[in-house]
Design a protein around this ligand. Structure first.
Ligand code: MG
Ligand code: MG
Length: 255
C-alpha cells in the first residue's frame, strides 16, 4: 500500500531529514584513517539521540547498529565493528536513518577515507553515483512514473561504463522505514506507477565498477559485489510536490 503523506507528516520528515544531514556531515568529518566503524556508529547514535530523535535502523529486522558502514566491495548494509579500522583510500559508504515522531528518513553518502584521490576511476564512480541520484530526483515529479526514475539512473550509469545493482532498490518511506513502492535503479520510461503529490521516496542508486551481481556475506547482512569490484551508494529521501521534488535529507538552506 502506498501511503500519501499529509503536509504535517512531511514537515516532521523534513525535521528528521535535517538531523540526518547534520549526522552525515559529522560522520564525514570523523571518518579519518584509524577510527573504527563502531566508533562512527557511536557518534551517530549520540548525535541522533541528542536531538530527541531515534536511529531508524537500530533493531530494524534485527539490525544491530544505528548506521550501516560498508567498505570497498561492500555495497550496503555493512555492520559497524571495532575490528573495521578505516584506512587511507578506503571507499566508505555511510547510510543513516532518522525517526522523528514516528516518521522516518533515510540517506547515504560515499567518500574516500583520507580524502586523497589515488585513482581517477574511483572518483568517477563516486561522482557518477552522486549525479545519477540528482538526475533521478529531478525526474521525480507529479505525473511521471516510477520507471522514469530508474530509466534515468540506469542510462546515465551504464553510459559511463558502470553497472547498477538490480537486486536491491530504493523504496517508499515515512511511517515505516521501508514502504511501497519499490524504487528500482533501472526501468523503462513511462512504466510503473504514477508519482503523486505527497508520496515520499528514498531514491538510492548503488553503482558497481564491475558487474551488477551481488551476494549476502556470511554475517547475514552485508551485501557485496560478486566480482569484488568497488561499489558506491548515495541516497536521499524526497517528497513529491506539484513542482520540484523536495529533498528532505538536505540542510534546509540548500533546498
Ligand atoms: Mg539507506
Ligand atoms: Mg533506503
Amino acid at each position: 500500500m502506498i501511503r500519501i503523506k499529509t503536509p504535517e507528516e512531511i514537515e516532521k520528515m523534513r525535521k528528521a531529514g535535517e538531523i540526518l544531514a547534520c549526522v552525515l556531515d559529522i560522520l564525514e568529518e570523523a571518518a579519518k584513517p584509524g577510527i573504527s566503524t563502531k566508533e562512527l556508529d557511536a557518534i551517530a547514535e549520540q548525535v541522533i539521540t541528542s536531538y530527541g530523535a531515534k536511529p531508524s535502523f537500530k533493531g530494524f529486522n534485527g539490525f544491530p547498529a544505528s548506521i550501516c558502514t560498508s567498505l570497498n566491495d561492500e555495497v550496503v548494509h555493512g555492520i559497524p565493528s571495532e575490528k573495521r579500522i578505516l584506512r587511507e583510500g578506503d571507499l566508505l559508504k555511510i547510510d543513516v536513518g532518522v525517526e522523528v515522531d514516528g516518521l522516518h528518513t533515510d540517506s547515504a553518502r560515499t567518500l574516500i577515507v583520507g580524502g586523497e584521490v589515488v585513482n581517477d576511476k574511483v572518483l568517477r564512480l563516486i561522482n557518477t553515483t552522486r549525479e545519477a541520484l540528482e538526475m533521478g530526483i529531478k525526474v521525480a515529479r507529479e505525473g511521471a512514473r516510477i520507471g522514469d526514475i530508474g530509466y534515468t539512473i540506469q542510462k546515465f550509469v551504464e553510459e559511463r561504463g558502470f553497472s547498477v545493482v538490480k537486486a536491491l532498490t530504493g523504496h517508499g518511506i515515512g511511517r515505516q522505514l521501508w514502504e511501497d513502492p519499490p524504487v528500482p535503479n533501472y526501468g523503462r520510461k513511462g512504466k510503473g506507477i504514477a508519482l503523486v503529490k505527497g508520496m515520499t521516496l528514498a531514491i538510492e542508486p548503488m553503482v558497481n565498477m564491475g558487474g551488477e551481481e551481488v551476494f549476502t556475506a556470511s554475517d547475514g547482512w552485508t551485501i557485496k559485489t560478486s566480482d569484488g569490484s568497488l561499489s558506491a551508494h548515495f541516497e536521499h529521501t524526497i517528497a513529491i510536490t506539484d513542482g520540484e521534488p523536495l529533498v528532505l535529507t538536505r540542510r534546509w538552506e540548500k533546498n
